[in-house]
Each structure stands twice: as structure tokens, then as C-alpha cells.
Write a protein that binds this ligand. Structure first.
Ligand SMILES: Nc1ncnc2c1ncn2[C@@H]1O[C@H](COP(=O)(O)OP(=O)(O)OP(=O)(O)O)[C@@H](O)[C@H]1O
Length: 719
């Protein structure tokens, strides 16, 4: 392979901390492997002396395999002494090529004594975690009720419903979970609570205000740039008169920005309110150029309007002192909440300790605690001559702090693509990548180097063009550095244009139905269209850039990417199977996320309490009760503005003389649920689960439909 200049630099540069911003298909993995390979083969660095952090176990295995291949082929080529290389093959399976979690676990196993935990610890699975947390929560509430804690009771009176304390429990769990993403959770929580007690003067000096200010500045810049861009579009098209009117709006925007910069926030709020936008009409003589670009320009106008509206609504709709008063009012409650979270965490910790368990969040926190110990950190610092981090855009602050504890002066190689950041929901912080990118760009430190890889070797010209067109509109700062450039040299007619198919999801517009039903329906429709396109495309000639040949398209060439798998992936697979298109779901979710386990858990939930709409809909639509999307929608449209369960119940209660098959179906469901509920009151849980598996036919269905592994899951659910 002939490396590009930038790739060669990323492979060959030494004694630098390197941040490689690698666009999709730009050879990121190839470069990473080549760099490691050269270090081993040409420079005699042992794999033992490297830490390679990947984002998934699968990526770690793939990386290891690629290194094995490279070393093996070198041994085959080499007629001299290959002892060193052979040794590498022997030790590579023990080398630190792993996820952050696996590495953190290794740190804990090696230095458990530093933080005084039992060396026999086990990792708590999701089910155990849910159960232990629920127990800890019950203990916390008992303790608080027993102590007759006044703050607690006042908190409940304000935040719990009259029926139960679930909302407060959820709040405690959520805060607990959220603070796990920072290295010092309790300090962070305490500071955040104390921020709420500030007076106006302190607030204006605080870090919180600084953050808000920076955010508003950024948004103002964004709003202004977009409005300016919309004017430019009109000017270039020749709709000059309208552009002049818009320039007056822009002057008002500028005036508001000036008041913000001068620190007169009261006036800024007023000025924001005064901004008006020219109506989108123009004179006859300019109608043609105006009409031609108005929709395009409106995209930029709307961005500006939305951004300013949001600033106003979120921060400047009232005088500052009112906001401060609100914050001060909330402060005592936040303090109580923080106390509850802390006590909850202590109960939970104790439960884990009794069972010698540590959970997923503990792993990184414990490792971090250990690496604060200089001796432990020093051991890893000496061990690793080179540290590589793949998918750096998905790292979080804890992981970044962890690496900071063991890195040397100039031995870090980080590679990622902020456009591919997909783990925000796991509290990944792409900002870490962006901040480092900006810092490396400025070259404040001679040892830091930033390299952009933006030549894409995977796609042909039309796809690259479509991606660039789309991202330039969607993403701030999508400039020359960020854009993709074509690496595949193919130019012929097999460079098919990108296509966009819009699915007219009638149900979404016409019917007032629940979100869950809508999603199921749209997945079905989209899957059908995708299936049709696949059928039309199979066998068509394509150019295989990797092998540099023309060949017919096969099923293996096709991938379906989706935003989230929930409600989608399984529906897609079902529809594709019906269309005779075999498919495989690349399912990286945990056991409890698997759809059939979720459905079964939902069944247990609604047996316990059937007034839970989402679990109810999921079970109704599953093979257990087999309601179609249309039937679910029919039930809902018959009775709007109530819970779904209520609608369902009422549908079942329709006058028996005008009974439809659908209402009979509903009656059957209610009868079954009542029967299971009765049984559940005396039958042990494991027996109940077996009964349900057989009664519903679920055991057989899952076994048949999805194969052995999934039946294994239903069995282990029982275990
Ligand atoms: N200089 C090059 N010349 C030709 N092909 C290349 C070059 N660099 C990389 N490739 C090929 O481009 C394809 C994409 O490379 P690779 O998988 O390493 O990219 P990536 O950046 O990791 O992709 P992504 O992050 O999108 O998964 C591979 O088939 C690789 O062999």
C-alpha cells in the first residue's frame, strides 16, 4: 500500500504526543496497525511495552489479529534471527490490547490492596445491579422514615406524587448515575449544589456564569454567522432589495451582541426581544431570484432565529435577580437530594461489599484511585513506552484522567473522528477531543502534533460528495480540514449517485398515536423499502475498490445502519426475513437489552402492574399477543387523552353485542393477565417464569425464530 504523506507522518513520527483526526475510511486502523508493526519489527519494541486501548472487545481482538498477521508474515519473509518476533506472537495474547475497562480491571487486580478491596471480587451483572440498587433504595427510605428526617419529608412533599415515592427514587438514581462520569463525583456534586446558594455578585464571578457566558457568546456568533449567510445567499442570487431589509435585522442582532459584550445583561435581554425579522416577501421585479433561493436561505435564517430564541428563553427571559432567587429557593432541596444520593451510594456500596461485587462504574473509579498512588502509577509509566488510544472522541473525563496518570512526556498516540462520536449517551465527551485538537493545532507545546487524515479510501466520488454536502449544512466548522477527499481513483459509470428515499409515514401525520406505535410502524415501512431496494440492487455491477475489479453486488456488500436498535433492528430483520433476505444483527447490547429478554421482562412488569404503557405496548405487539400496529393504533384512536392501558381497557369493555374480533382479543389479554397475576401471588418466581414461557409459547418461539443462543438466554433468565 502506498501511504499518503499524512499517513506516513502518522506512522513514522516519534517522540511526540500525536492526535490524529481521521475521517471515516481514511485508513485510521491501517495506520495504527502499521505504526505498531513498525515499532515491533523495525525498532524492537515489545508488545509488552505498549498499551493499546480500543473502544470495544471486538476492536481489540481485530487489532490483535492484524498485529499477529503482520508479525507472522515478517517471520516468514525473514531468514535471519526471528526469536524476538516469535516471542511477540507468544506474548501478544497477554499484552495490553484491550478496552479501557479491561485495562482498568487489570489495574485493580494488580493493586487491589492499595484501595483495600477484596482480591476475590467479582463483576456485578446488570441484573444484580438492579436488584442491589433497589434494595439499597428501600433501605435508604426506611432509614429516613425511621429517623423522621424533616428535610427528607419536606423533599418528598415537594417532589413525590401523592401515591408513591417513585419519582424521587428515580431522581436519586439518575443523579447517582450521572455523577459517575466525573473523576471526583462527590466533590462535583457538592460544588454544584453550593452554586445554587450564590448571591448575584458571587454568581457573576463564578465558574458557572463563565460557562454560561462562553456558551452564549458561541451561540451568538453562530446565530449571526447564519443570518449573514442567508443574506449572502439572497445577494448572490440577485434578491438585493430583500437582502437590504435583512441587513437591518442584522444590525439589530449586532446591537444586541454589543450590549452582551459590554456586560449589560438586562439591556441585552431587552434588545434580544426587540429583534424582528423581515417578512419573507419581496417586490415583483426580484421575485424570481428570491423564489429560487428562499428555501435554502431559510435554513440559515431559521438557525439564527432558533439560537436567539433559545438564548432568550433559557437565560434572559427574566431579570437576573429572579433567576438567582429561584436558584436560592432550590438550594435546600438540592442539598437534601445530594445527601440522599450519598446515603444511597453508601447503602449500595455496602451491599456490593457483602457480596464481594464491583459494578461497571466502580471499575474506572477504583483504577483511578489506585493510579493516584505514585508507586502504582509509576509502575505503568515505566512499563508502557507507547500508549495508543483508538476512537478517542468517545473517551470520557475519567478515562482521560486515567491515561494522564500513566503517560510519559511524549508517548501518546490518539486517533479519532469527532464526526463519528456516538457514545454521548454513555457520557463520552467529544469536547475532550475537540479541545485537544485546538490546543495541538496552536502548537503551544513542541511535543504535541496534530495530523488530519481526510483522504477516504473506501467510497467513490459520489458518496464522498454527498457526505460533504450534507455535513457542510449540518455541522459547525465543517471546513477544508474536516471534509473528506477522494482516495479511490475510480471514475467510471459504476460510481453510482447517492440516493435519498423518503418514506411517507402516513400514520405519523394522520393519527394521534403513541410514540412506541409510531416507531414500530415506521420501522416496518422503512424495512420494506430497504428490502425492495436490496432486491433491485443484487446482481448489479459494482466496482470493488479494494480488489480493483468490477463484479456483481452480493448480499455481503450491504449494511443497514440505524440510529438506535430499539424497536428497529428486530422489526427490520423480521421484514427482511419475510422478503427472503437473510440478515444478521450486529448486536453489541447487553443481555438485558436483548429484545426478547426485554419483552419477557415487560411481561413480568405488566403482570405486576399493568398500568405501564410502554411495557404493555411492547408485550401486546410481541409474538405473545400478536397485536398489529394497526390494531394498536385503532385501540388508541378509539380513546385519546388517557393512558394507553385505559384505552385498552375501554376497548375491551365495548358492548359485547357489537364485539369485534379486536375487542375479543383485548378481553383475552386481560383474562390472561388476571390469571397470571393470581398465580404470581403464591408461585415462586422461577416456577412462574417457566409457566409463562410455556403458556405464552415464548420458549418455543424464541428457540425457533432466532436459534440456539437466544433460547439459552431465555433459560438463563430463569436461572
Ligand atoms: N494509502 C492508502 N491507499 C489505498 N488504500 C488505503 C490506504 N489507506 C487505507 N486504505 C484502505 O482504506 C480502507 C479503509 O481503511 P481503514 O479501515 O484503516 O480506515 P478507518 O479510518 O479505520 O475507517 P473507519 O474509521 O471508517 O472504520 C481499507 O480497505 C484500507 O486498506
Amino acid at each position: 500500500m502506498k501511504w499518503t504523506e499524512k499517513q506516513a507522518e502518522a506512522i513514522g513520527l516519534r517522540n511526540k504526543n500525536m492526535l490524529v483526526a481521521a475521517a471515516a475510511g481514511s485508513g485510521k486502523t491501517a495506520v495504527l496497525v502499521e505504526r505498531i508493526k513498525q515499532l515491533i519489527i523495525d525498532e524492537g519494541v515489545s508488545v509488552n511495552e505498549m498499551l493499546v486501548v480500543t473502544f470495544t472487545n471486538a476492536a481489540a481482538a481485530e487489532m490483535r489479529e492484524k498485529i499477529v498477521q503482520a508479525v507472522t508474515s515478517e517471520i516468514e519473509k525473514n531468514s535471519g534471527d526471528t526469536a524476538f518476533l516469535r516471542r511477540q506472537l507468544n506474548i501478544i495474547y497477554k499484552a495490553n490490547i484491550s478496552t479501557f475497562h479491561a485495562f482498568a480491571l487489570e489495574v485493580i487486580r494488580r493493586f487491589f490492596h492499595v484501595i483495600g478491596i477484596d482480591p476475590d471480587f467479582k463483576i456485578c451483572d446488570e441484573a444484580q445491579q438492579i436488584i442491589l440498587q433497589a434494595d439499597a433504595m428501600d433501605e435508604l427510605f426506611e432509614e429516613m422514615f425511621e429517623k423522621d428526617n424533616v428535610d427528607f419529608t419536606t423533599f418528598l412533599n415537594n417532589y413525590a406524587s401523592s401515591k408513591n415515592e417513585n419519582a424521587v427514587k428515580e431522581m436519586i438514581r439518575e443523579v447517582f448515575q450521572t455523577i459517575q462520569s466525573v473523576p471526583e463525583p462527590w466533590e462535583w456534586l457538592e460544588n454544584s449544589v453550593e452554586n445554587l446558594a450564590m448571591d448575584e455578585e458571587n454568581f457573576l464571578q463564578s465558574g458557572l456564569f463563565k460557562e454560561i457566558k462562553e456558551y452564549v457568546e458561541k451561540e451568538l456568533f453562530y446565530a449571526r454567522t447564519n443570518y449573514d449567510k442567508s443574506i449572502e445567499i439572497f445577494e448572490e442570487a440577485g434578491a438585493v432589495k430583500f437582502a437590504v431589509k435583512c441587513r437591518e435585522d442584522l444590525a439589530a442582532i449586532d446591537e444586541a451582541i454589543e450590549t452582551f459584550e459590554s456586560g449589560n445583561f438586562q439591556k441585552f435581554g431587552e434588545n434580544l426581544g426587540k429583534i424582528s425579522y423581515a417578512r419573507m416577501v419581496t417586490t415583483k421585479d426580484e421575485k424570481e431570484p428570491f423564489d429560487e433561493v428562499k428555501e435554502f436561505a431559510a435554513i440559515y435564517r431559521e438557525r439564527c432565529k432558533d439560537a436567539l430564541k433559545e438564548i432568550k428563553q433559557n437565560y434572559f427571559s427574566r431579570p437576573l435577580h429572579e433567576y438567582i432567587e429561584d436558584m436560592n429557593k432550590v438550594h435546600p432541596y438540592a442539598k437534601t437530594l445530594a445527601l440522599l444520593v450519598k446515603r444511597f451510594s453508601e447503602h449500595y456500596r455496602q451491599k456490593k461489599e457483602e457480596k464481594k461485587l464491583i459494578d461497571f462504574n466502580d471499575i474506572e473509579h477504583y483504577a483511578l484511585k489506585i493510579l493516584k498512588n505514585e508507586q502504582a502509577a509509576c509502575e505503568y509509566r515505566n512499563k508502557f513506552k507507547y500508549i495508543f488510544i483508538d476512537e478517542y472522541q468517545d473517551s470520557n473525563v475519567i478515562q482521560d484522567t486515567l491515561i494522564a496518570a500513566i503517560k510519559g512526556e511524549n508517548n501518546l498516540f490518539m486517533v479519532g473522528d469527532v464526526k463519528q462520536s456516538i457514545y454521548k449517551f454513555r457520557l463520552a465527551e467529544p469536547e475532550i477531543f475537540v479541545e485537544k485538537y485546538e490546543r495541538f493545532k496552536k502548537q503551544e507545546n513542541q511535543q504535541d502534533e496534530k495530523i488530519d487524515l481526510n483522504v477516504n479510501f473506501r467510497s467513490k466520488g459520489n458518496v464522498i460528495k454527498a457526505v460533504n454536502d450534507l455535513f457542510a449544512r449540518l455541522m459547525e466548522g465543517y471546513d477544508g480540514d474536516a471534509a473528506l477527499y477522494k482516495g479511490v481513483s475510480y471514475e467510471g459509470e459504476l460510481d453510482y449517485p447517492a440516493e435519498l428515499h423518503l418514506v411517507d409515514q402516513k400514520i405519523t401525520e394522520d393519527m394521534d398515536v403513541d410514540e412506541e406505535i409510531r416507531e414500530l410502524k415506521s420501522a416496518e415501512m422503512e424495512a420494506f423499502i430497504a428490502g425492495k431496494l436490496i432486491k433491485e440492487s443484487l446482481g448489479k455491477s459494482i466496482f470493488d475498490a479494494k480488489n480493483n475489479i468490477e463484479r456483481p453486488m452480493t448480499k455481503r456488500d450491504i449494511v443497514i445502519l440505524m440510529r438506535g436498535q430499539k424497536n428497529y433492528a428486530d422489526k427490520f430483520q423480521q421484514v427482511l426475513t419475510e422478503m427472503d433476505i437473510p440478515s444478521h444483527i450486529n448486536d453489541s447490547d447487553g443481555y438485558f437489552d436483548t429484545l426478547e429478554i426485554q419483552i419477557f421482562l415487560n411481561l413480568l412488569r405488566i403482570i405486576d402492574n399493568r398500568r405501564q404503557d410502554i411495557p404493555l405496548i411492547s408485550v401486546l405487539h410481541s409474538c405473545i399477543f400478536d397485536f398489529t400496529v394497526e390494531e394498536l393504533a385503532e385501540i388508541r384512536s378509539n380513546c385519546k387523552n388517557t393512558s394507553y392501558y385505559e384505552a385498552f381497557y375501554r376497548y375491551a369493555a365495548i358492548n359485547p353485542h357489537i364485539h369485534s374480533t379486536l375487542s375479543e382479543k383485548c378481553i383475552d389479554v386481560l383474562k390472561k393477565l388476571a390469571e397470571w397475576k393470581q398465580v404470581s401471588e403464591f408461585m415462586p418466581l422461577d416456577e412462574l417464569i417457566w409457566k409463562l414461557l410455556w403458556d405464552t409459547g415464548y420458549f418455543t418461539f424464541v428457540g425457533h425464530y432466532q436459534g440456539q443462543t437466544k433460547t439459552g438466554k431465555s433459560q438463563s433468565l430463569n436461572r
